[in-house]
Write a protein that binds this ligand. Sequence first.
Ligand code: GFB
Length: 310
Amino acid sequence: MAYDLAGKRIYVAGHKGMVGSAIVRRLAHEGCEILTSERATDLREQAAVRSWFASNRPDAVFLAAAKVGGILANDSYPADFLYDNLMIEANIVEAAHANAVEKLMFLGSSCIYPKMAPQPITEDALLTGPLEPTNEWYAIAKIAGIKMCQAYRRQHGCDFISGMPTNLYGPGDNFDLASSHVLPALIRKAHEAKLAGAPSLEIWGTGTPRREFLHVDDCADACVFLMKGYSGESHVNIGSGSDVTIYELAQMVCKAVGFSGEIVRDETRPDGTPRKLMSGKKLAEQGWKPAIGLQEGIAATYQWFLDRPS
Ligand code: GFB
């Protein structure tokens, strides 16, 4: 049954992040009231979350608040990635139940799947094998989030669902080289190499890992689509349906930025998962498809990087 967002009070947890802010932009077309919580409400603190829900009484929740980062940040701060994400999820899901929230959508990540999962990865590959070590802490927290939604659905009848986006990029991304994902890192590196007239740009690892990239505005559209039309216990993959090698990605970024130097590999850096292309069949069968191609999305993100507030 369709869940109409018009006239509803919708809480976007994590509205300052790349995904949360894209969901806020997308919700502007739904005729709903958008609720947000400010930084002063520490979502890792149960009392703060309980108090926010009791005062604001949302009808529905997008759980897009999370501690996120690229391969280096995940590998360097395992405790933060595990603790922060577990606490945020547990506090929000429990408070949503306690305050009779009608619908909640939890956002995970494609790193929940086993490192060697058959490709393209279908939803039922969850918990069928060992995780990728560089991000297993984050993955465990995100798997717990899926299970929270399933458990509250089973025990309390809550209409809580989960979406698993692939590697996302777009406006609002993090361009800090120590903590960012690969795509914004390469945009920054190519831009700075162009300005410096450098002969080359460095990529981490062998350049052979394959990744699937989705523009965050497509992801936000899929989230709203699922919130309105999906009520199952299984999580749903949200992807673009195709992947590229990191070397190919670097070439695409260099083209968008206008940097024509050499691409060199730093093989002392980790590759991470060799491939994580998800199957988008479950979402496609419901009638959703992405709209923004990768080369076009990179060009738009580079423009956002140039125009971004400092
Ligand atoms: O995007 P990324 O940091 O994370 O790295 P993951 C993807 C691939 O790009 C890896 C390579 O093989 C990196 O070694 N890479 C090349 C670079 N150059 C760079 C660079 O300059 N910066 C970065 N960051 N990578 C993350 C997980 O995994 O994906 C999270 O750690 C989450 O848990 C997220 O799931 C979506 O795709 O490997």
